[in-house]
Design a protein around this ligand. Structure first.
Ligand code: BG6
Length: 275
């Protein structure tokens, strides 16, 4: 079932999806997945209770789309996609019980550069972000900035052992690195050349979230911890405890370089299993 709603707070258009295997909510503002609840599980995504659903401001949580740049290399931080209203192209129930939604964006001032976001909701949550260059060559760093609903103080991340990373924090905090990544403080890293599946294990919720990336070479891992959260108006002081961002990305030397008219896709399949 597919229904369309408007959030009370900021009048943002939402698509609410119910399938036999899961429920999801997608905002056309940002092509942003706000919720994905597989049958028998809690929401796999975290959204801040203080998030502002307001045009011009990014939503705090869910899956923001960082495009066509990442970080502060230009302003606004993480690009214009997450604060743009996307056009709904397709919302269809399919014979296999899944729902497919496609949204598109061609922002002004980028020589015809465009993005398409395809989302499939069912037993898994699939997202594919396709970038097509306009009339000019362009480099497009990008990330699906997923806020996973976990107890970050107990969570561990599998699949990043021995992978090279760069620290983005001015004063990085030492973490437990092996045999799995565990969190002893705030973390802001870009892992590069990441192969294979990433597992996010949460003993509190007794589940493992699996992130199967396609066409993605980079993974960003971020949590602001206690100190970082204090400076964030749209996150409660204790909000950092309840999420971990693990982002499917192509950044730095892996940012796609496109000639005029060229296209490239990047995405992921998210699934969850009981421990
Ligand atoms: C992460 C970055 O992806 O996003 C962090 O690595 C950044 O450096 C974080 O602080 C949140 O960004 P924002 O713009 O949503 O507050």
């Amino acid at each position: 079932m597919i229904t369309k709603e408007i959030t009370k707070e900021g009048k943002l258009p939402l698509i609410c999806i119910t399938t036999p295997a899961s429920k999801a909510v997608i905002s056309l503002y940002g092509a942003h997945v706000l919720s994905w609840v597989p049958e028998g599980h809690e929401d796999v995504l975290f959204v801040s209770p203080l998030s502002r659903y307001k045009t011009g401001e990014p939503i705090r949580g869910g899956i923001p789309v960082c495009w066509p740049w990442f970080g502060k290399e230009k302003l606004p931080q993480h690009g214009v996609a997450r604060t743009s209203l996307w056009t709904l192209e397709v919302a269809e129930e399919r014979q296999d019980g899944t729902v497919r939604v496609v949204m598109s964006l061609m922002p002004d001032g980028f020589n015809g550069l465009s993005a398409k976001m395809e989302i499939i909701v069912g037993e898994t949550l699939t997202q594919i972000l396709t970038t097509t260059a306009g009339t000019e060559p362009v480099v497009v760093p990008q990330a699906l900035h997923t806020y996973f609903n976990v107890n970050v103080q107990e969570a561990t991340v599998e699949g990043l052992k021995d992978v090279e990373f760069s620290e983005r924090a001015a004063v990085p905090v030492a973490q437990q690195e092996a045999p799995v990544l565990a969190f002893k403080g705030g973390l802001d890293r870009i892992y590069s050349g990441v192969e294979g599946e990433i597992g996010i294990v949460d003993p509190s919720l007794k589940q493992k979230i699996k992130l199967d990336r396609q066409g993605s070479e980079s993974v960003v891992v971020w949590n602001p911890w206690r100190q970082g959260a204090k400076g964030m108006k749209d996150l409660p002081d204790n909000g950092w405890q309840f999420f971990l961002c693990v982002e499917t990305a192509n950044l730095d030397c892996y940012a796609p370089e496109l000639g005029p008219g060229d296209s490239v896709s990047m995405g992921h399949i998210i699934s969850v299993e009981r421990l």
